[in-house]
Design a protein around this ligand. Structure first.
Ligand code: SF4
Ligand code: SF4
Length: 392
């Protein structure tokens, strides 16, 4: 099995390097997994002739679907919010392939730190020679969990905090205490300094109508708490009625935001950049991220495994109601298959996977993506017909 997988790596690496002699421990894709340029052009990143499948370098593992928050824009609200975690027997099915990925992102729709197996998974990723990273809401980043994460030399911790005040935090995140979270992050900073850890800390702020004015406050806090970077991004692929109406871009499902709001947003961005200058790296995603063939979720170089073992190119494709407002509802669930039935290697060597990658690279929207609001943030708006309004 490994040799087949290695063949894929080598063919991809040859394609990039024009050489067939080197050893390639894993794929090194040209698109940075954790930092986005203003516009991404995936087609340009993979020059002709492209050999399929292209091996992704980034695997996200949904280690927990359980969560201690209830955010207004969270897609998991569509699925009845089961408090499930990725079981060790499923992790064992992924484990043989871990070393082939540069990054293992231990995150999905739930809160990863709620999994009782989380630290074991981080350890296993590190042992396999891959780089463990996590996205968390930060509430449990304390005590033994915090110390062990530092001991395991986790590479990057992204903390999702879409607010600068307790009131907005509660409104967006459903519950939780903003001030307590800040205390937790202060204590984590101290632990980090004591451990001389260089873990890269990212504050992630999802820009929405309810909270965008608080971005400057968040930048202040992030700088004060020793974060390395703050990333302000738009809703990538909202699935809830609240999410659609909160979006600061034209989703195509509800009326677009007023031009005054967009102008105000630009002022807020400028102010935030000023506060960040010389103190913290700031990355603010633009309204439009790329042209056709440039989904910012980078479906060509990412893979996602959910807690049920479903493998897909993007975490939106295996949420059952990814395209809830399309009529008729698509029959294709969007996944490549399930790891209880097939190995990861088998699933990425399918025609279905190559066709998906080829569609993106050749400028076609794959059938399974039609209806996704992400497409609205690309240059071309005529990719597929959208319904005018969302049913709420
Ligand atoms: S913290 Fe994340 S997983 Fe939990 S409800 Fe909020 S968006 Fe969803
Ligand atoms: S366009 Fe497709 S790959 Fe991109 S976020 Fe939407 S469903 Fe995922």
């Amino acid at each position: 099995m490994f040799s087949k997988f290695r063949n894929i790596i080598q063919s991809f690496s040859r394609q990039r390097n024009g050489s067939s002699n080197s050893h390639f421990p894993r794929s090194e894709n040209p698109i940075d997994a954790f930092s986005l340029p203003d516009r991404i052009e995936m087609r340009d990143a993979f020059p002709e002739p492209v050999q399929y499948p292209i091996l992704p370098d980034h695997l996200a593992l949904e280690v927990s679907y359980a969560c201690n928050l209830h955010c207004m824009m969270c897609p998991r609200t569509f699925e009845g919010v089961p408090q499930e975690v990725l079981p060790p027997e499923l992790f064992e099915k992924v484990k043989p392939w871990i070393s082939r990925f540069k990054y293992i992102h231990l995150a999905g729709y739930g809160e990863p730190l709620m999994s009782p197996h989380f630290l074991d998974y981080v350890h296993a990723v590190r042992q396999a020679g891959s780089r463990p990273v996590v996205t968390t809401n930060g509430l449990l980043l304390k005590g033994k969990m915090a110390r062990r994460l530092l001991e395991e030399r986790i590479d990057c911790i992204s903390v999702s905090i879409d607010a600068g005040t307790p009131e907005t935090y509660e409104a967006v995140r459903g519950k939780g205490t903003f001030l307590k979270l800040l205390d937790t992050l202060r204590a984590f900073r101290t632990l980090k300094e004591e451990a001389s850890s260089d873990v890269f800390m990212v504050w992630v702020f999802i820009l929405m109508k309810s909270n965008y004015r608080e971005l400057p406050l968040a930048v202040e806090y992030a700088a004060e708490l020793g974060f390395n970077r703050i990333v302000a991004k738009h809703l990538e692929c909202t699935l809830t009625a609240e999410g659609f109406s909160e979006a600061l871009f034209d989703t195509g499902y509800v009326p677009p935001p007023d031009p005054e709001i967009i102008q105000d947003l630009e002022r807020v961005k400028e102010k935030s950049r000023g506060i960040a200058e010389g103190r913290i790296d700031i990355e603010i995603h633009p309204y439009q991220m790329g042209s056709q063939g440039a989904c910012l979720v980078r479906p060509i170089t990412n893979l996602f495994v959910d807690y049920r073992g479903n493998l897909s190119s993007c975490c939106y494709l295996n949420v059952l109601n990814t395209r809830p407002y399309l009529e008729p509802a698509p029959e294709d669930p969007g996944i490549l298959g399930n790891l209880y039935q097939n190995t990861l290697d088998e699933l990425i060597r399918t025609k279905r996977y190559s066709d998906f990658q080829r569609d993106w690279i050749e400028g076609r929207v794959p059938e399974v993506c039609k209806g996704c609001v992400q497409l609205r943030r690309m240059g071309e708006q005529n990719l597929f017909p959208l319904k005018a309004t969302a049913s709420t």
